[in-house]
Ligand binder design. Structure first.
Ligand code: SF4
Length: 181
């Protein structure tokens, strides 16, 4: 990562990170464990600090994508494979129609062959973490972290949107689900 980042920065490019997520049934050596996730997180944060003008990421992005729990366990994935809800939202509206016009909820997300228990994809997080605003309003650091995540998402996906300065410089734990009374 260091060598690649240095090349990109020298050429005036921006960069961001994605995290390998195991396909269903894969148990080979590329599957992350606690140690590899920690190493990945440290490398991401080090490069973010080293090249703040070039790295489109935040500390909370690193936390969300390298925690021992994957995205679904941390935030409850909104895509139909994991979300049977018929309320307004992705569980109701996200559809992938096949050539025979069938639709299969059990494979309905952007990365349908990924093992949900190990899903740390960039694109998945951009929908799943951003949808959980209400979990991030319990503390100033959590809210700042969520804003950093959304700011990063917009800078990566929206042409002409410039990333602002990150607001939270601490690693926070992703807030748990808020139970309504
Ligand atoms: S693979 Fe990821 S994005 Fe797709 S349903 Fe599973 S947890 Fe959600």
């Amino acid at each position: 990562m260091q060598a690649v980042a240095a090349e990109l920065v020298a050429s005036g490019c921006k960069l961001t990170f994605n995290v390998f997520s195991s396909p269903v049934g894969y148990a080979g050596p590329l599957r992350h464990d606690r140690e590899s996730l920690l190493t990945t997180r440290k490398a991401m944060i080090a490069l973010l600090k080293q090249y703040p003008e070039h790295v489109l990421f935040s500390i909370y992005n690193a936390v969300a994508h390298t925690s021992e729990k994957a995205l679904h366990d941390l935030y409850n994935c909104s895509y139909p494979r994991c979300n049977p809800s018929q309320d307004i939202g992705l569980g109701r509206s996200f559809r992938q129609y096949r050539t025979d016009l069938n639709w299969d909820r059990s494979v309905a997300c952007c990365v349908p062959d990924t093992d949900c228990d190990d899903c740390r994809h960039y694109a998945a997080g951009s929908a799943v973490v951003t949808a959980r605003l209400y979990r991030h309003v319990g503390s100033l650091q959590a809210f700042k972290s969520w804003l950093d995540y959304v700011d990063t998402y917009l800078a990566v996906w929206v042409m002409g949107y410039d990333k602002g300065e990150n607001l939270c410089r601490e690693e926070i734990e992703p807030p748990p689900v808020v139970r309504r009374r």
